[in-house]
Design a protein around this ligand. Structure first.
Ligand SMILES: Nc1ncnc2c1ncn2[C@@H]1O[C@H](COP(=O)(O)OP(=O)(O)OP(=O)(O)O)[C@@H](O)[C@H]1O
Ligand SMILES: [Mg+2]
Length: 491
């Protein structure tokens, strides 16, 4: 599958200071990608380059394989929820969300769509050898472009056809010939209708079978009217034109469609019933959701979210994490999400991009990043870790703290200096003398689900997460399995 977005060797300097260096990244359709890294590492800058708000100093940004250097922000298939969301305090929730649609200038949007269509046909036309087919393709693309520009284009075409038919009638000897007799016939039919109407007017609701008779008579009138229509083709066509004009999309119908959309997206972000609240009477989380609905309503292919949840308290944050993830799945949109919260990244993402000082450190699934961190930075940034300097003795053998341990890693040079990560939840506390290292419980902290216990061994303190309580000062031993030792190259 071709990636939706590709960053190729992107560099960005601000007045001599390099903030992004050689960023290479592929983002697929419908993917939830998170840019994760400490403050100042370049996350927002990378996002703004994708959105087209700033230009890279060098490198390429490709959308669907095409360089979009010259495509301005408002023409890109992206929408952004900024780090500091700006709602309009003088507009209510409804208008804040509708705003997204109202401002995104219809013309720009249409031109973008037309460009896409034309682009698609260019190739087809070029490859078509048959001149007749070539012409047909040209006509087709012109018609499609016109359709995008004018929502009533198709109706207008039909009207044009009827108008032409009316014109043709004038030159149609058969029609002119039959016109006289037809007019006479129509006149007779009209007389019949008048008679029926007269009968109808003499009926009284008290008569027997009043309703039934009335219905029958009305049906008869309708039938006669149809016949008259057929006799007088011209007025029939005129009537049809009138009917078509009634279907035209107007300001009024547009407003109704807009309302349906706004309600839909407010429901999606859980703000049903808040439509006519003033936004300054909403909580931070509700305001954030308004900002998200406003971005979603444009139905972007890609939604760029810059720390959208950072203003929220933990509980609301977790709720919104869940809702956003659901939304992304349901709407089938690609999310590029920026955060410096590793837990948020782990729970929401399909793909995490760990950044540090303008460089990508590692790209992978949450499991990859957590279980197989590529270096000390990633290991310490993602979750709590015990990181230990070690020496790779041979394949599957690593030495640290004066003990040679079995491990599952291979392919290093003999006696290569490495670093080892052991996650706190992978270490077990045993009775003194029963494990790999003896030590003393140095500190105990209750973390809600587990205890975080530091055990001081001869060489260092190991942090351990366990549901078992061990008091401070207790003499214990610790152990871990070969596959809990993760060996990393030193960068
Ligand atoms: N317009 C600018 N002019 C000059 N320097 C800038 C500009 N924008 C960003 N920078 C610098 O670029 C670096 C990266 O900034 P960026 O906003 O991308 O970081 P970030 O990863 O989003 O950080 P945070 O998590 O704090 O939002 C910072 O050192 C910042 O000071
Ligand atoms: Mg930022």
């Amino acid at each position: 599958m071709k990636p939706l977005i590709e960053l190729k060797d992107i560099t960005k300097e601000f007045s001599g200071q390099v903030v992004l260096r050689g960023i290479d990244l592929e983002i697929n359709s419908n993917e939830f990608v998170t840019l994760l890294g400490p403050s100042g590492c370049g996350k927002t800058t990378a996002l703004r380059i994708i959105g087209g708000f700033i230009e890279p100093s060098s490198g390429e940004v490709l959308f669907d394989g095409k360089d979009i250097r010259d495509v301005p922000a408002h023409k890109r298939p992206t929408n952004t929820v900024f780090q500091r969301y700006a709602l309009f305090p003088h507009l209510d929730v409804f208008e804040n969300v509708a705003f997204g649609l109202r401002v995104k200038s219809q013309e720009f949007k249409d031109q973008y769509k037309i460009d896409l269509v034309v682009e698609k046909y260019k190739e087809l036309i070029k490859n078509e050898k048959d001149p007749a087919k070539k012409r047909a393709l040209r006509r087709e693309v012109t018609r499609k472009a016109q359709l995008i520009k004018d929502p009533n284009f198709e109706l207008k075409q039909q009207i044009q056809e009827y108008k032409q038919k009316i014109k043709d009638l004038k030159n149609d000897p058969e029609y002119l010939e039959s016109k006289k007799t037809n007019i006479n016939k129509a006149y007779k039919l009209k007389e019949q209708i008048e008679e029926i109407k007269l009968e109808l007017s003499t009926l009284s609701p008290r008569d027997e079978g009043y309703r039934q008779v009335k219905k029958e008579k009305q049906a008869e009138i309708k039938k006669l009217n149809e016949e008259i229509k057929q006799l007088d083709l011209r007025s029939f066509y005129r009537q049809e034109i009138k009917n078509l004009k009634r279907q035209f999309e107007t300001r009024k119908t547009r407003e109704r469609d807009l309302e349906i959309k706004v309600f839909h997206y407010l429901k999606l972000v859980g703000l049903q019933g808040f439509e006519y609240r003033s936004v300054d009477k909403l909580s931070g989380g509700q305001q954030q959701r308004v900002a998200i609905a406003r971005a979603l309503i444009n139905e972007p292919k890609v939604l760029l979210l810059d720390e959208p949840l950072s203003a929220l308290d933990l509980k609301l944050r977790q709720e919104m994490q869940y809702e956003l993830k659901e939304l992304q799945r349901e709407a089938g949109i690609t999310f590029i999400f920026v955060t410096h919260d590793q837990e948020e990244a782990l729970t929401m993402s399909d793909k995490i991009v760990v950044m540090n000082q303008g460089e990508i450190q590692q790209v992978g699934s949450p499991e990859d990043i957590y279980n197989e961190p590529i270096n000390r930075f990633v290991a310490s940034f993602i979750g709590e870790s015990n990181i230990v300097e070690a020496v790779m003795i041979d394949d599957f053998e690593v030495e640290f703290d004066e003990v040679v341990h079995k491990c599952v890693d291979k392919g290093f040079s003999r006696n290569e200096k490495v670093e080892v990560v052991i996650r706190p939840e992978d270490i077990e506390i045993l009775e003194k003398g029963m494990g790999k290292f003896d030590g003393v419980v140095d500190s105990v902290a209750f973390k809600g689900v587990h205890y975080e216990i530091d055990v001081l061994t001869k060489h260092r303190a190991y942090t351990i997460h366990t549901t078992d309580f061990h008091p401070e000062g207790k003499e214990v031993s610790i152990t871990f399995d070969p596959d809990d030792i993760h060996v990393m190259e030193i960068w």
